[in-house]
Design a protein around this ligand. Structure first.
Ligand SMILES: [Zn+2]
Ligand SMILES: [Zn+2]
Length: 464
């Protein structure tokens, strides 16, 4: 099965609505884990999961009506990156009601909840909170009707088109379940609600605000993301799961003038067209074919009228790579190609803006943590419902917690009707992708598997 998901990121909060295409790449890449990854074995035995499963299901059954209501409330009230005021207040309230020590405004609108329950490992569970500037077209009774003005002053709808409302609901459900089972485990829960995943900035802001200094440093961190696989299923990778995501703006400069006198101008439209074509050789001719990379020019804008040669053209690019060495090559190559094209046209050097620090780094699952968690998933979900997948070219800033030295594990939660998934794979109508105005999860079973997998994943790491 080919899984597809993704968070199309771009600079300054603008959003690429282009449907992202993800490909299952043959064998898993031979990369090594970060040297700082600690040994998983140090935490001692986890409480045996199997005897707890009936109790977990019973708690989820009891909590389900409230969780469904919470999901629909969150779905109907999406807030954009770094504007998650009501959302974070609601999540803080949920954790406080369960007895967590709660700190708000961490990294802007982030929430950190700590629940200490004796000696043992610290396990972090992360949800993201932000919605997208997408006008919802699902027709659901609980569809978002919220409209806002974007930075350009245009009125746009907002929608949880990436399923972060489902993540928040599962996160809340796992917190409720784990607290009700507190006699069966020891350790510390660290539940965090992160802002601004969609612009690749929230994890970084929380880390810069002392997430791992002001609060107990986690021994492990877990998180999940909705995917378009069937309900009841999860998918994961042992190691590299998601790509480096970079966003680049290029201003191609020329010399404007009359369309009838091109010899008196330097035409930036022709120059930009050349750059777009030249960029296609970067991945195809310079990068080893076994190293996946994507350079997409998602936007090109220049000119106002038929007979005016403009002074500049603007290009917007998204770049996806899996290896850091490939990322460096591609970013340098883009600048080299753009400058060389300008030089050949006697044009001023283009202005190239790469947000080198504010990018989404590749997400690398700790292999030991992945194996340990996946074996627990298989025992409760069934081995046939837990699928290993190859890395995909989407991005997620959860990877930053791993780069900060904490072993992380991130997985995809199936959210779609199995018959529709099957039909799509057999050539039927494709299912709406994440970020589509038509995407929505099947609510109750998605919550159930999300809460179950998070709860089991945490219990499997805690001591007793
Ligand atoms: Zn997204
Ligand atoms: Zn997302």
């Amino acid at each position: 099965m080919i899984w597809s998901t993704g968070c199309a990121l771009s600079a300054r909060g603008t959003l690429s609505l282009r449907r992202m295409r993800f490909v299952a790449f043959g064998p898993i890449f031979l990369l090594t884990a970060p040297a700082s990854a600690p040994c998983i074995g140090k935490t001692g035995p986890a409480p045996s999961i199997t005897p707890l499963v009936p109790a977990i299901h019973k708690i989820i059954d009891n909590e389900m009506p409230g969780l469904e209501s919470l999901y629909k409330l969150l779905h109907a009230h999406p807030e954009l990156a770094f504007a998650e005021e009501q959302t974070s207040a609601r999540l803080a309230k949920e954790l406080k009601a369960l007895g967590f020590e709660v700190t708000t405004s961490v990294g802007n609108t982030g929430v950190v909840g700590i629940f200490k329950n004796g000696p043992g490992p610290v396990v972090m569970v992360r949800t993201d909170m932000d919605g997208l500037p997408v006008t919802e077209n699902t027709g659901l009774p609980y569809a978002s009707k919220i409209r806002i003005r974007d930075k350009e002053g245009r009125e746009v709808g907002t929608m949880h088109a990436c399923g972060h409302d489902m993540h928040m609901t599962c996160w809340t459900g796992a917190a409720r379940t784990l607290v009700q089972l507190k006699d069966r485990w020891q350790g510390t829960l660290m539940f965090i609600a992160q802002p601004a995943e969609e612009i690749g900035a929230g994890a970084r802001r929380m880390l810069e605000d002392g997430l791992f200094k002001r609060f107990p440093r986690p021994d492990f961190a877990l998180g999940l993301h909705c995917g378009p696989g069937p309900i009841g299923h999860v998918a994961y990778a042992e190691g590299l799961l998601l790509a480096n995501v970079d966003t680049i703006d290029i201003t191609v400069r020329g010399k404007g003038g009359h369309g009838s006198a091109p010899h008196t101008t330097i035409d930036p439209i022709v120059l930009a067209a050349r750059i777009v074509i030249d960029l296609q050789t970067l991945v195809s001719r310079e990068i080893n074919p076994s190293d996946p990379a994507v350079v997409t020019v998602g936007s090109i804008h220049g000119g106002t009228k038929h007979n005016i040669i403009p002074a500049e053209v603007k290009l917007q690019l998204t770049v996806r790579t899996l290896k850091d060495s490939v990322r460096k090559h591609v970013l340098e190559g883009i600048a080299r190609i753009a400058k060389a094209a300008a030089l050949s046209a006697r044009a001023p050097e283009p202005i190239i803006r790469v947000e080198v620090d504010n990018y989404t780094p590749a997400l690398f699952n700790n292999p030991e943590l992945a194996q340990k968690t996946v074996s627990a998933f298989k025992s409760v979900l069934g081995a046939d419902k837990v699928k290993e997948i190859a890395p995909i070219m989407g991005g997620e800033d959860f990877g930053r917690y791993g780069r900060a030295g904490v072993p992380i594990f991130f997985w995809f939660l199936g959210t779609q009707d199995p018959s529709q998934v099957k039909a799509a794979h057999e050539g039927g109508p494709p299912l709406p992708s994440l970020h589509s105005d038509l995407y929505y999860p099947v609510v109750e079973p998605s919550i159930r598997t999300g809460v179950l997998s998070l709860t089991v994943g945490v219990l499997n790491l805690l001591g007793k």
